[in-house]
Design a protein around this ligand. Structure first.
Ligand code: 4NP
Length: 161
């Protein structure tokens, strides 16, 4: 394994398929750090708990809703790896199922302590999880972006100290 770059903070966003919520979260967070001029201080990535969509671009509906708000999602889906728990400082999950999945991959308390809940960083809105938009309509994708814009701002404030 490559040495961890201790001068950077690293954030991995995680959802189930890594084609809707977590690549959107990654893209929102990347825009925030770019606008604040601190993108060289962070490593940001996303991953999924299933490998079904591995190598695929984000869902076309998620990309279309993102584009309407000025985001371009370029990430390609990849599964969470055990080594991510060594590589990343913060592993940010979208819902309870993600948290259970991550806990089943984590092998130490240090790993488990890295698992965070995205909605704990909401500043304006209230939600306990970021709902999976995959089987729903357009409003689900809009809600995902609303929640992620709010929570990524909160997460950034918390970890950019
Ligand atoms: P995501 O959405 O976890 O936000 O990427 C999903 C994408 C695909 C599936 C489920 C959720 N799926 O079952 O294939």
């Amino acid at each position: 394994m490559k040495e961890k770059d201790m001068s950077k903070k690293s954030v991995l966003f995680v959802c189930l398929g890594n084609i809707c919520r977590s690549p959107m979260a990654q893209t929102v967070f990347e825009k925030i750090i770019s606008e604040k001029g601190v993108d060289d201080k962070f490593i940001v990535d996303s991953a999924g708990l299933i490998d079904y969509h591995e190598g695929n671009k984000a869902d076309s509906r998620m990309r279309a809703h993102a584009e309407k708000r000025g985001y371009e999602i370029t990430h390609r889906s990849r599964p969470v790896r055990k080594s991510d728990f060594d590589k990343f400082d913060y592993i940010v999950a979208m819902d309870n199922q993600n948290i259970r999945g991550l806990n089943s991959i984590a092998t130490t308390d240090e790993h488990r302590d890295k698992i965070l809940r995205m909605t704990d960083y909401l500043q304006k809105q209230q939600a306990d999880y970021v709902p999976d938009p995959y089987y729903g309509g357009p409003e689900g994708f809009e809600l995902v972006i609303d929640l992620l814009e709010d929570a990524c701002e909160g997460l950034f404030k918390e970890i950019n100290k």
